[in-house]
Design a protein around this ligand. Structure first.
Ligand SMILES: [Ca+2]
Ligand SMILES: [Ca+2]
Length: 396
């Protein structure tokens, strides 16, 4: 028929044009009454050719059906049951295990090597009528609120050329739904400035006549990316010394942390996070005023020793969103000179004073005992003299 000849001519032209854009493997198509059944043809050496039915079985058919998004194989046809093709016979003795991603990954005699005629052209019958569309999303993963998302629905190139079907992108649990008639094998839908109402799963539908096939789903997860704040520390009364591994604060002095960023959400807050020696995690919260918040510590003591960081946080209808932590500041509390004097020199002076007093009293005591001894010696000498005098008188 005339219309069929036009259709075939058109298909041949567009198939050849589109085949070069096939990203992986060698393109395959089915030439038959429906999209997912027909004579197997592969695009090799810039032309569509057929396959030989030697060793053609259900495993080979399985690979073709999967490759085309046509579900599973119902039967493997032989002996040109979908009609004889023309042109080259590109594959012979195809031996698939059934798990290959593409027909040309299966073992065969080599491209163009065969001992067949077109009366042996094989075919397949797959389980579905319409191929399953594919869905992809940019960016992949979480999407920043107010940024654009682009979702593409696609189908194998030769399928769309045969059908001229329609793509619909639908939000599964929401109101978003858009249709696109496309003359190429894909349609791209742009969702501009996404807000939380666009959050959720999306699916592509491919429809032709009254048949619809549905893709897997993608998840548009809308979030708020907040920039990393910065943190700085000062000591209003001059008790801060910057050292290579942090900032030293003299105990007793005051210090102030300031968290800043460039976000302009109303109601945003800064949290000051403290990591002490035992990894204790204390949070102080202050509202952001003019993009910053200050946290004051009037008297530094050794319990303040540790790392400090800050995060910015906002609470919206969809939940609370937190920025990454600022690069932390290490605070080292050191002794003041006065406390060094008080703690070290004062006891030393007292000790020296005690030692001095000890020796002083020892010397005094010794002097006293020496004097007493001398007095006693004098007395005994006097007695000796008296005795000698008495003895002399007796002799006389
Ligand atoms: Ca053969
Ligand atoms: Ca086989």
């Amino acid at each position: 028929m005339w219309t069929q000849e036009i259709k075939f001519f058109y298909l041949t032209i567009v198939s050849c044009l589109s085949a070069s854009s096939a990203a992986e493997g060698v393109p395959v198509r089915l030439s038959g009454s429906t999209l997912c059944s027909g004579r197997v043809e592969i695009f090799y050496n810039n032309t569509w050719g057929t396959v030989c039915d030697d060793n053609w079985d259900i495993n080979d058919a399985e690979v073709v059906c999967r490759e085309l998004g046509c579900g599973t194989a119902q039967s493997a046809a032989v002996s040109a049951s979908f009609g004889e093709g023309n042109g080259s016979i590109s594959l012979d003795d195809v031996d698939c295990s059934g798990s290959e991603r593409s027909l040309t990954e299966c073992q065969h005699r080599g491209f163009g090597t065969h001992d067949c005629t077109h009366s042996q052209d094989p075919g397949v019958v797959c389980s579905v009528i319409l191929p399953k569309p594919r869905i992809s999303m940019i960016p992949a993963g979480k999407v920043d609120r107010r940024s654009d998302v682009s979702i593409t629905c696609s189908i194998s190139p030769q399928s769309q050329q045969l059908l001229q079907g329609e793509f619909t992108l639908k939000q599964i649990s929401g109101s978003f739904s858009q249709k696109k008639l496309s003359t190429t094998n894909s349609a791209t839908f742009k969702i501009l400035q996404v807000d939380f109402d666009k959050d959720g799963l999306y699916q592509c539908e491919y429809s032709h006549d009254s048949s619809i096939s549905t893709s897997d789903s993608v998840n548009v997860s809308v979030t708020v990316f907040l920039q990393q704040p910065s943190i700085s520390v000062t000591s209003p009364d001059g008790g801060l010394v910057r050292v290579p591994d942090g900032s030293e604060i003299i105990s007793g002095y005051s210090f102030v942390f300031t968290c800043t960023n460039n976000e302009h959400y109303p109601g945003g807050v800064f949290n000051l996070i403290f990591y002490g020696s035992n990894m204790k995690h204390t949070k102080h919260t202050k509202p952001s005023v003019n993009n910053s918040a200050s946290f004051s510590f009037p008297v530094a003591d050794f319990g303040h020793d540790g790392r400090y960081s800050c995060v910015y946080e906002i609470t919206l209808s969809a939940g609370t969103f937190t920025s990454p932590e600022a690069s932390s500041i290490h605070i080292i509390i050191i002794y003041s000179i006065m406390s060094v004097l008080r703690c070290v020199f004062l006891p030393l002076i007292l000790l020296l004073e005690n030692i001095a007093l000890h020796y002083y009293y020892k010397v005094i005591k010794k002097q006293k005992s020496d004097k007493k001894e001398n007095d006693e010696t004098d007395v005994s000498r006097d007695e000796e003299v008296e005795a000698e005098e008495e003895a002399v008188q007796e002799i006389e």
